[in-house]
Design a protein around this ligand. Structure first.
Ligand code: ATP
Ligand code: MG
Length: 342
């Protein structure tokens, strides 16, 4: 009875604040929201600001805003870069998943990158509290990713999870319910897009918008030659004349353009494996590497990792939602995972 009552009064949320997307999981409902981490604000007179759009609507405004409106990405490389915009984003999305119902108390588990500093943790806590969450707990992303991918990390054997997102690649070895070690680098989908932008500028003399580069990479890009074939026409601004122009970009050009950041991503995995104790490595040889994060869907990346490491590679189901689903599992079994919460 008491449990039911407190369920009516309290709402439990799990939140993944990502560089590219913010996801919210709601107890009893599962993943209720997945929106691009973008906020558009209008700076008014005397510093007054008004939120114009949030999520996909704000992302659609990128590069198209009138004077006075700014599109902000509140999370950079996995950490809060703009406190006010993070609060705006969270507040808006939390209200959206509430669907007009109000609760006496909101409780949330927020997934944070491994190695987040105390100052960065405070920024996450403060922005969630400012967005209306009364009780904020934090869980490290590799634990959430492993649980979300359905791994049993409670036993004394090794598991390796690689989360390749928009702004970061985080590789962790887990055993006995904890993180043995983790390696992260500021490289992800955004860096692939930047490399493609720079390449098209250098080889075709054309400046692309960042959305165009991302669309091109997802449509025609791959991490290995021969996985995707063909060419598409993209439009941009001629570097020399300043006028609009279109060029054909081929699939093999994209693989070449992405070589550096792709090597960097695979290197993070290599370094993590180098530091893994031999007993745990032998478990990973059997179980393989589990890939999560949006870039786990990047064509040919799983195969590239398989070839370089010689290990089996498994892409998690719905890699976009793995972290938030895992943070939800932590919340559902808070007693068991108490040690993982801060
Ligand atoms: N089908 C796809 N092919 C290639 N890349 C994809 C695909 N779908 C999504 N991505 C890329 O995944 C990235 C976003 O992944 P995700 O949403 O997991 O990142 P995030 O959690 O917001 O970022 P981070 O964890 O680094 O803070 C983007 O760079 C996007 O381009
Ligand atoms: Mg992420």
């Amino acid at each position: 009875m008491l449990g039911t009552l407190s369920g009516l009064l309290t709402r439990d949320l799990a939140i993944d604040l990502g560089t590219s997307h913010t996801r919210i999981w709601v107890r009893g409902r599962g993943v209720a929201c997945r929106e691009p981490s973008f906020v558009a604000v209008r700076e008014g007179e005397e510093g007054r600001r008004r939120v114009v759009a949030v999520g996909s609507e704000a992302r659609a405004l990128q590069g198209r805003t009138p004077a006075g409106v700014q599109v902000v990405r509140p999370i950079r490389e996995g950490v809060v870069a703009d406190f006010q915009a993070t609060e705006d984003l969270l507040g808006h999305l939390i209200r959206r998943v509430q669907g007009g119902r109000s609760f006496l108390s909101l409780r949330a588990v927020v997934a944070i990158p491994f190695g987040t500093t105390e100052i960065e943790k405070r920024a996450v806590r403060d922005s969630a509290e400012a967005a209306g969450v009364r009780h904020v707990s934090l869980v490290e992303q590799p634990i959430a990713a492993a649980l979300g991918a359905g791994l049993d990390i409670s036993r004394p054997d090794g598991n390796l999870v690689a989360d390749i997102g928009g702004g970061t690649t985080e590789v962790a070895v887990l055993s006995l319910g904890g993180i043995v070690h983790s390696h992260a680098a500021r490289v992800g989908g955004d860096h692939l897009d930047q490399a493609l932008l720079a390449w098209v500028e250098a080889h075709h003399g054309l400046l692309l918008g960042s959305r165009t580069a991302e669309d091109l990479r997802i449509r025609l890009g791959s991490a290995l030659p021969g996985v995707v074939e063909g060419a598409v026409e993209v439009r941009g601004r001629d570097v020399r004349t300043g006028f609009p122009r279109a060029v054909q970009v081929t699939a093999s050009e994209i693989v070449e353009a992405l070589e550096d950041p792709l090597t960097h991503i695979v290197d993070v995995l290599r370094r993590a494996l180098d530091r893994t104790p031999p007993e745990l490595v032998s478990d990973i040889v059997d179980k393989g590497i589990v890939l999560t994060g949006g870039c786990a869907l990047f064509k040919g990346l799983d195969e590239r990792i398989r070839r370089v490491t010689g290990l089996p590679v498994i892409v998690a189901d719905d890699p976009y939602s793995t972290v938030v689903t895992g943070a939800g599992k932590v919340l559902e079994d808070a007693e068991r995972w108490a040690g993982a919460l801060t």
